[in-house]
Design a protein around this ligand. Structure first.
Ligand SMILES: [Zn+2]
Length: 382
């Protein structure tokens, strides 16, 4: 059984151990050591990366016999002493997150009595599922208490109690445990069964931030960041807030109110604009005069809904068609309506004459065209 050097020392970033065996396996060579500082993954935490004997680890695997298999691209000599080097930055970030998770889960358990029933450590933070609901105020309290535990710099210890001793201990665990049970104790905060490497004092976690929460399966799912990940997120949010503060000339801690004010103003302006557009449309419609022939309308800037309204009014007054064009000369969007002509069958001719494309039904067609205003007016003879 491989000795797990990370059980007692989560900070072992380099180690030397003897090769016990080396056999070829699918995808490379399966190397077993007397002891290893490489964590093979488990309990929500990914496996470590790094090099062994100068070769990059392809993967790590835990065997049924309790060995840790190091899968390498080449062989190592049994009996030889080899050096293992962990990808330390990644490992430390994961330890900060995982120890942070224990602190939050222990705090929720202590304050509200809920169990942690799910844990996942992902790229954009870790999710912690709890068996009961928490209000935003509860979550704020949990976050503050968790950070206070960090500031106390409490020691984090590993315990390997015997069966009798274990029965007397009150610890958190997600599943029924058999065999040797490893407990991770965070003094005054938490006692939990866990197989992963942890920081040695809570101060190393640095910062804990709950960045999101939602109701989940009758309980609560919190998205939490800890350590450098939490710091980086806060720094990024600070940059975003500064930018909003500058754009809205609002004080740093008054940006939310400023955004709400700005949105309310925009909503008022939008209502006013809609009323003005309606009024303008009524004026434009009233200005149209009845004719036996066609009506042609040219607009520089009008939305298609308003343009259609105008055509609806115009086609009541035209013996032929009411054709409305919007845009730059030679680059128009058009809507053409008629109560007398069959526009569906005329669409081909109209598009050919106006260098356009588009279609619709018997009474209305729409599309775009490249014809000049003078040519369009000549075509409709207005
Ligand atoms: Zn754990």
């Amino acid at each position: 059984m491989t000795e797990r050097l990370y059980y007692n020392d989560g900070h072992l970033a380099r180690f030397v151990s003897r090769v016990v065996s080396c056999e070829s396996c699918e995808g490379g060579f399966d190397v077993r050591l007397e002891g290893t500082a490489f964590f093979p993954g488990g309990g929500g935490q990914e496996a470590d990366g790094g090099t062994l004997g100068g070769m990059r680890l392809l993967s790590l695997r835990e065997t049924d016999e309790g060995d840790i298999a190091h899968i390498l691209p080449g062989p190592l000599e049994p009996g030889a002493e080899v050096e293992g080097v962990l990808d330390w930055d990644m490992r430390f970030a994961r330890m900060q997150s995982h120890s942070g998770e224990h602190i939050v889960s222990g705090t929720v358990h202590r304050l509200f009595g809920y169990d942690n029933v799910g844990f996942h450590m992902g790229e954009s933070g870790m999710t912690l599922d709890f068996s009961g609901e928490l209000t935003p105020r509860d979550i704020g309290l949990v976050e503050l208490e968790a950070n206070r535990a960090v500031w106390r710099d409490a020691p984090v210890r590993t315990l390997l109690p015997g069966r009798d001793e274990l029965e007397k201990l009150d610890f958190r665990s997600k599943k029924e445990l058999s065999g040797l049970v490893r407990l991770v104790e965070i003094e005054g905060v938490d006692l939990c069964a866990c197989c992963a490497p942890h920081v040695s004092r809570t101060g190393e976690v640095g910062l804990i931030k709950v960045v999101d929460y939602m109701r989940h399966r009758g309980g609560m799912r919190l998205t939490v960041l800890a350590g450098e990940a939490a710091y980086r997120d806060c720094a990024e949010v600070y940059v975003q807030n500064s930018s909003i503060s500058a754009a809205l000339s609002a004080k740093r801690l008054e940006t939310a109110a400023a955004v709400r004010r700005s949105l309310a103003e925009r909503s008022e302006e939008h209502s006013a604009l809609t009323a003005l557009k309606k009024e303008l449309m009524q004026l434009k419609s009233a200005a149209l005069r009845p004719t036996e022939g066609n009506i042609c309308i040219f607009e520089r800037d009008m939305d298609m809904v308003s343009l259609r309204e105008l055509v609806n009014s115009g086609m009541q007054l035209a013996g032929g068609v009411c054709a409305a064009f919007c845009g730059e000369d030679g680059d128009y969007r058009y809507i053409i309506g008629s109560l007398s002509a069959n526009l569906r069958s005329a669409a081909g001719d109209i598009n050919a004459a106006l260098c356009g494309r588009g279609g619709g039904n018997k009474t209305m067609i729409q599309g775009s065209c490249r014809a000049k205003r003078a040519d369009i007016e000549a075509y409709f003879a207005v």
